[in-house]
Design a protein around this ligand. Structure first.
Ligand code: GLA
Length: 416
């Protein structure tokens, strides 16, 4: 009898709990179906740091359209650090009223009206890296607020997070975004400290694999307590990470410095091509309102973007390296391949590449070329005078300028 009474008591308590909504199961996983190819867009940080305001963001959206970038595949206009104002009495965050007087909802509406999406930035800690209010303790309120504003992308940083564990902190914001119910891309930005590639795929759509990029081709900037990395240094730090990436979950070697003035056009071209080979997010970081013709041409190169956005979503890899000349390959849909000759040196280098003696093998994704049996046509991804007729039956000869690439698409035309 006593047992029966206990059982009845337990059952009625759980019924009451369910009636009160306590049967909600927290979902700590990301919103599925987003970023199936590496995200493309623009972010304010690399060029403008804390100087963000609504007029500039609107102009950037306009420029993304007028420059042809939107039509080339760029979608996200992302506001980085320092948009924040204060929290209100209930703890809800508001934008800085001087910089964003019309509010975030109006800005999102504007960006959406251009056929683009709006991204925002926060931090898992008490304060952002720029000293603005962080989301620690306000995760669910912030996610509700972003969803109500119509935000589509959240970059979530890792400053001032003493005592937090990265995986748990990012799961918390993932759960908050899930609960808010809007499809928002989650960009994990903890600089690769806690191996985000191991737990990130279930939690977010991309994760920074390194510290911040520095606007140089081949250098390290020592800030004392932390270092920022040139394009080549970041490239080297991707070693071993490609097996973790794929559709909906990408390694993020940080935003582009293309068009920001420190790199030559050759270096911009190499930087952009290698980010495409890495299946990295292509997030421009320059002033889109005043780009040179060369910068626009780099950022909107459709051949290279097609390599980045290939539906297979396989990150490229280094095939060989000799005297500063590296050969990289990326498997593409339909048996195609991208092959890039990257010259890291300061003088031009000649390439004489005999395909038949150099079959390419991707051991991780179990794919390989068959130059002996198949026919591939070659297309130079940058050369406007596309020769188009070469096949892999002949050795490939080219000269790669210093700090530049020769990039090819091998299209499988005949398969044995
Ligand atoms: C960190 C991030 C950068 C940028 C700044 C903003 O350094 O890694 O990408 O968002 O914070 O303060």
């Amino acid at each position: 009898m006593k047992k029966l009474i206990t059982a009845l008591f337990v059952a009625s308590v759980s019924l009451i709990a369910m009636a009160q909504g306590n049967n909600y199961v927290q979902d700590y996983t990301k919103y599925e179906g987003l970023a199936l190819t590496p995200p493309m867009g623009w972010n304010s940080w690399n060029k403008f740091a804390c100087n963000v305001d609504e007029n500039m963001i609107k102009q950037m959206a306009d420029a993304m359209v007028s420059s042809g970038m939107r039509d080339a595949g760029y979608t996200y206009i992302n506001i980085d650090d320092c948009w924040h104002g204060d929290r209100d009495a209930q703890g809800f965050i508001h934008p800085d009223a001087k910089r964003f007087p019309s509010g975030m909802k109006a800005l999102a509406d504007y960006v959406h009206s251009k056929g683009l999406k709006l991204g925002i930035y926060s931090d898992a800690g008490s304060q952002t890296c720029g000293g603005r209010p962080g989301s620690r303790g306000y995760e669910f309120q912030d996610a509700q607020q972003y969803a109500a504003w119509g935000i589509d992308y959240l970059k979530y940083d890792w400053c001032n997070t003493e005592g937090l564990k990265a995986e748990g902190a990012y799961k918390t914001i993932a759960a908050a975004l899930k609960k808010a119910g809007r499809p928002i891309v989650l960009s994990i930005c903890e600089w690769g400290n806690d191996k985000p590639w191991e737990w990130g795929p279930a939690v977010g759509h991309l994760w920074r694999s390194t510290g911040d990029i520095y606007n140089c081709f081949d250098c390290v900037k020592d800030h004392g307590t932390w270092k920022a990395w040139g394009v080549m240094q970041i490239l080297d730090k991707q070693e071993g990470l490609r097996k973790y990436a794929g559709p909906g979950h990408w390694n993020d070697p940080d935003m582009l410095e293309v068009g920001n003035g420190a790199l030559t056009v050759n270096e911009d071209r190499a930087h952009f091509t290698m980010w495409a080979m890495l299946a990295a997010p292509l997030i421009a970081g320059n002033d889109l309102r005043s780009m040179s013709k060369e910068t626009t041409e780099v950022l909107t190169n459709k051949n290279v973007i097609a390599v980045s956005q290939d539906k297979l979503g396989i990150e490229g890899f280094k095939v060989s390296a000799k005297d500063g000349l590296e050969i990289w390959a990326k498997p593409l849909q339909g048996g195609d391949w991208a092959v890039v000759f990257l010259n890291r040196g300061t003088t031009a280098q000649k390439v004489d590449f005999d395909w038949l003696k150099n079959e390419i093998k991707d051991d991780i994704f179990n794919l390989q070329t068959s130059f002996a049996a198949n026919t591939y046509t070659l297309k130079n991804l940058w050369d406007k005078k596309d020769k188009g007729t070469a096949t892999t039956k002949k050795a490939f000869k080219a000269e790669v300028p210093a700090h530049d690439v020769v990039a090819l698409r091998l299209t499988l035309t005949k398969k044995k």
